[in-house]
Design a protein around this ligand. Structure first.
Ligand SMILES: Cc1cc2nc3c(=O)[nH]c(=O)nc-3n(C[C@H](O)[C@H](O)[C@H](O)COP(=O)(O)O)c2cc1C
Length: 245
């Protein structure tokens, strides 16, 4: 379709000629697909992501570093507020560092689970998952990826700049990371031993960074079991306001 539809649809084209004079723009690379092909792809993607599960026992089999790099590169394509990409991924396969993180996480979780830092409602929600203060998977999984959010930008000259919608942006990057890991045939667990401040000091990250989540990544331990969870039906999560003509 070569017909230029800009004129009847938009009174204010983007970019405006003034904007295009001031900042670089490129043509958007896009191939329009037939409805049938879109439907096929959409269903294939749903079938893929429906199979993703959080795993809590990993094999210790090594995973090549380049697979982790590709997953982080995929995550880093995420949209972000004002394109600030306010995230840092720290990928750890060093056993000593993993052991130190495991020890610190288990200490926090010991307080959470055994000294009542979690209230009754939280404990009730977690009951079907059966999680406790033992976090052996942090040491056993071949990779531990810690995701930091950059609360603000810290430039090399020490000056700072604001970041925007940091949690929203980092959350989307985390989702892409988990999806990339799943798509390549590996498993991960989003893990958030609260509070996680120890990760910043332990990993020597700067003051503008705050731990967002960590992800043990690897092959699932053969025969591992997962909670028999049901996901909400589409009708429970989607409201459609459809045109009526
Ligand atoms: C932000 C976030 C934090 C989580 N923190 C933990 C955690 O600390 N420990 C844990 O075992 N699972 C954690 N999970 C995993 C959830 O329990 C899991 O995603 C949920 O039960 C659904 O299971 P599924 O991932 O297999 O679909 C977390 C998930 C998210 C998104």
């Amino acid at each position: 379709m070569d017909v230029d539809q800009t004129e009847p649809l938009y009174r204010y084209p983007y970019p405006s000629p003034e904007l295009a004079d001031q900042h670089p723009f490129v043509a958007h690379e896009h191939q329009r697909l037939e409805d049938g092909e879109m439907s096929r792809r959409a269903k294939a993607f749903l079938a893929l992501v429906a199979k993703r599960r959080s795993v809590r026992m990993f094999s210790s089999d090594p995973v090549p570093r380049d697979l982790i790099e590709v997953a982080v590169a995929a995550a880093s394509t995420a949209p972000s507020g004002a394109h600030k990409q306010p995230w840092t991924f720290v990928a750890i396969s060093d056993p000593r560092t993993k052991a130190r993180i495991c020890e610190a996480a288990e200490a926090e979780e010991h307080t959470n689970y055994l000294q009542n830092r979690m209230n009754a409602e939280w404990q009730e929600s977690l009951a079907p998952l059966g999680t406790d203060h033992h976090k052996e998977f942090l040491e056993v999984a071949p990779w531990l990826v810690v995701l930091f959010e950059q609360r603000y930008e810290l430039r090399t000259d020490g000056s700072t700049r604001k970041n925007y919608y940091v949690k929203e942006s980092v959350g989307i990057a985390a989702g892409l990371f988990l999806t990339a890991i799943h798509d390549m045939g590996l498993a991960a667990l989003p893990h958030t031993p609260s509070p996680m401040a120890f990760l910043r000091t332990l990993l020597g990250r700067p003051e503008n960074e705050r731990p967002f989540a960590m992800f043990p990544v690897g092959h699932p331990l053969p025969g591992v079991r997962v909670p028999d969870l049901q996901r909400k039906a589409l009708e429970e999560v989607l409201i459609v306001l459809e045109r009526s003509d």
